[in-house]
Design a protein around this ligand. Structure first.
Ligand code: FAD
Length: 500
């Protein structure tokens, strides 16, 4: 695999620099209201925002089109240098609390990170963010042992400069949208099974279109108990390490967009998974099948909203950059009123998208899966002590204990059905609305640019290839809307359940 040098950065074009100068609260003014009660958190978020801006400006933006060209020729190309930089900026561990060695950033900051990275390359945002989907599945199991295992792997590797990816293995040749829907899940044609054997399980099955399948150090795999009857309580969640015997990744798809994030086939042939790598999803898998999956989707669909907002902004910036250096009928484009109105609408859609995903994100933080993470106390200097070898072992033994498991399950039980439905419905709306706005902006930008929009070096054609995926993964937009009907409308129309 090749890598590219990323340290010599050509000077940035002026418009990119100008747009990046928006301050944190200029970009997210609605957060000022929440942060006035916690100014220290506001300062921390702003500092992180500035760091991510720097990462994008110096290490990502100058290389985006070059990376895309390399991937046209070689779908296995990996931008190693960029990923090493992401380690330096602690983008892999940002969501883990400092007490387990993570960067300890707020969930809101993590979403802003993905939005900003997506505003340069949504493929890179997906490459880095897809581990968040796997992590959300593990979090939704409320199994502290599994959560701390994943945290340790990512944090320890990041310290050594090793980028660490997770993949989420749900989709199979015969199961897609149905496997991304909490209610349809049990009807999905999932064929991957796990057979109980002494000391663990043996996994067999084929997963397809698995983002980062080829790069993942750990696969989070959904499978049914082979001795069960395909009921919710038969659903199991596994952590499968790269290199496990019988695990293979035969190919990466040659896909249309977001090429930098490989989508792979992942095959399990009698893969042994020891008991300590099985997520303890509760007394019955049905907790995970219904509550867990809905919670994951509430979080990750808001995340797709953040990606889409970045793309919406990117389309605006790409068009702006173009009109600043091109004429139309002998006059500079930027001086023409119709062009300015078009640009204003591109910027407006970015603002609408941002407001939509931020509202879903705040719901996830208040009542959804992110809520327990936002409540992890920041113990200041004690964080340092908790990461020292001797004490860290005690910390990890505590997290592995059944007391911690009971505590985590108790936290999970505090969420009501109405809260979960609301959060997930907000996630559905964020995913669908933001991806539609992103699609609209990409099409409008390319139309405004005319033939210039077809040139790879102008960036718009890549945007159009990348954006479509936002309407497909995490359940197609149509399926998201069906979920929204189920979760939202029954509260307003007594016969709404007959709509689905
Ligand atoms: C590049 C890429 C990366 C991906 N990464 C991952 C990953 O990391 N992990 C993972 O597990 N999966 C991943 N996926 C799979 C993705 O989540 C599925 O593609 C998605 O959920 C849609 O499923 P499907 O493709 O099988 O489409 P289908 O479900 O077959 O849908 C086909 C059509 O039928 C419609 N439809 C489906 N069900 C209904 C219904 N009940 N009512 C009305 N209309 C319906 C859909 O809207 C769509 O128009 C990825 C996919 C892609 C393309």
């Amino acid at each position: 695999m090749q890598s590219i040098a990323i340290n010599e950065c050509p000077p940035l074009a002026e418009p990119t620099a100008k747009i990046a100068e928006l301050s944190f609260l200029e970009r997210y003014p609605e957060l000022a209201f929440y942060l006035q009660k916690d100014p220290a958190l506001g300062r921390k978020m702003e500092a992180h925002y500035r760091r991510v801006e720097q990462f994008c400006r110096y290490h990502l933006a100058p290389h985006v089109l070059d990376i895309d060209l390399k991937l046209r020729d070689d779908p296995h190309y990996v931008p190693h240098e960029l990923l090493k930089k992401a380690c330096d900026y602690r983008l892999f561990s940002m969501m883990f609390p400092a007490s387990v060695g993570g960067a300890g950033e707020h969930v809101i900051s993590a979403f802003m990170t993905y939005e900003m990275i997506a505003s340069h390359c949504v493929g890179v945002a997906n490459l880095l963010g897809v581990s968040g989907l796997a992590l959300a599945c593990v979090l939704a199991s409320f199994d502290p042992r599994a959560i701390s295992k994943v945290a340790r792997l990512i944090v320890d590797n990041e310290k050594k400069g090793i980028p660490t990816f997770l993949s989420t293995c749900v989709t199979e040749p015969g199961a897609g949208s149905d496997a991304e829907d909490a209610d349809e899940f049990t009807h999905a044609q999932l064929r991957t099974t796990a057979k109980r054997v002494p000391g663990g399980y043996r996994l067999n099955g084929n997963k397809v279109f698995i983002s980062n399948g080829a790069l993942a150090a750990l696969h989070v795999v959904v499978a049914y108990d082979a001795d069960g009857a395909h009921r919710p309580e038969d659903l199991l969640l596994f952590l499968v390490a790269r290199g496990s015997e019988g695990l293979s990744v035969p190919r990466n798809e040659k896909k249309m967009g977001q090429k930098v994030c490989p989508a792979s086939e992942v095959v399990f042939e009698d893969v042994f998974v020891p008991d300590e790598m099985v997520c303890r999803t509760g007394d019955k898998g049905s907790y995970f099948a219904y509550t867990g999956i809905a919670n994951v989707l509430g979080l990750t669909r808001a995340g797709v909203g953040a990606f889409a907002t970045g793309v919406t902004e990117n389309a605006y910036r790409t068009a702006l950059q173009f009109v600043r250096s091109n004429d139309f009928l002998g006059q500079p484009m930027e001086q023409q009123q119709w062009v300015r109105i078009e640009l204003a609408n591109l910027a407006r859609r970015a603002q609408v998208a941002r407001a939509t995903y931020v509202s879903a994100l705040l719901a996830v933080c208040a009542k959804g899966l992110a809520n327990p993470i936002t409540r992890v106390p920041d113990w200041g200097v004690a964080n340092w002590a908790l990461t020292q070898p001797g004490i860290a072992n005690v910390r990890d033994s505590l997290l592995d204990s059944s007391i911690a498991e009971k505590l985590f399950k108790r936290i999970a039980a505090t969420q009501t059905t109405s809260e979960r439905d609301t959060v997930t419905a907000y996630g559905d709306v964020a995913k669908v609305s933001c991806s539609e706005l992103a699609m609209e902006n990409c099409q409008r930008a390319i139309s405004l640019m005319g033939k210039g929009g077809f040139r790879h070096e102008n960036g718009a054609e890549k945007l159009l290839r990348d954006v479509k995926l936002l309407q497909i993964y995490e359940g197609t937009n149509q399926v998201n809307m069906l979920d929204f009907v189920k979760r939202r409308l029954p509260r307003q129309f007594s016969n709404a359940d007959t709509l689905v």
